[in-house]
Design a protein around this ligand. Structure first.
Ligand SMILES: C[S@@+](CC[C@H](N)C(=O)[O-])C[C@H]1O[C@@H](n2cnc3c(N)ncnc32)[C@H](O)[C@@H]1O
Length: 193
């Protein structure tokens, strides 16, 4: 029997697909956390690629920097210790319409302060920027968690925002597990040509 992909495996599958055939892709990790997704992205973009990353917590910046340093990928990554809603002020404007993939992994920093969580207002602002800056065929993956307080509300906002994107410009899917309570789900937004 074919094994079902987890939410994060699915997100990575979509990112990999978007980066295929790009010799110097540019990607954004909108929520660095412990840096696992950043490391994945840094490996995927290759020697000519570029990764930008955001997080509001100094612990996340520290953990991600350490992880990238240990694995030798720090030089292709630029980390911003600021909220992803400030995207426009931090990512150089030459990258407009050039972003091939954006990963959002919402919620709290695992093994960190569980009261510091992503919030609907700032998440939607960052998603709006991501949609505007995406290259043709670029993808945005948003992993949604509903097990913590505020998670379901944020998931509702994200799904509502994504479902209103014009279908002639974006293809939007939402993958959910139906028979497990509080299972994470994945929204994928792909920009059409
Ligand atoms: C689930 S964790 C991310 C996990 C991470 N991608 C990894 O591989 O470990 C969510 C992160 O979002 C961060 N966060 C919360 N609000 C944010 C904001 N406005 N902008 C950027 N990051 C934010 C939190 O500090 C936390 O580190």
């Amino acid at each position: 029997m074919m094994k079902t992909l987890s939410t994060l495996q699915s997100a990575k599958y979509h990112v990999k697909r978007a980066l295929q055939e790009h010799s110097h892709p540019t990607v954004v990790d909108a929520t660095l956390g412990n840096g696992y997704d950043t490391l994945f992205l840094a490996k995927e973009v290759g020697t000519q690629g570029k990764v930008f990353g955001f997080d509001i917590q100094s612990l996340a910046i520290k953990k991600t920097t350490q992880r990238l340093q240990q694995e030798g990928f720090l030089e292709r990554v630029t980390l911003f210790h600021v909220g992803h809603e400030y995207w426009e002020a931090f990512i150089p404007h030459g990258y407009k319409n050039q972003i091939n993939a954006v990963m959002f992994n919402l919620g709290y920093l695992p093994h960190g302060d569980e009261t510091i969580i992503t919030s609907p207002e700032t998440t939607l602002q960052a998603m709006e920027h991501a949609c505007q800056w995406l290259a043709p065929r670029g993808v945005i993956t948003i992993a949604l968690y509903v097990g913590h307080e505020g998670g379901q509300n944020e998931a509702n906002h994200v799904v509502n925002f994504a479902s209103q994107l014009p279908s002639n410009q974006f293809q939007v899917t939402w993958t959910q597990t139906l028979n497990r309570t509080h299972a994470p789900s994945l929204v994928v937004i792909e920009k059409r040509k």
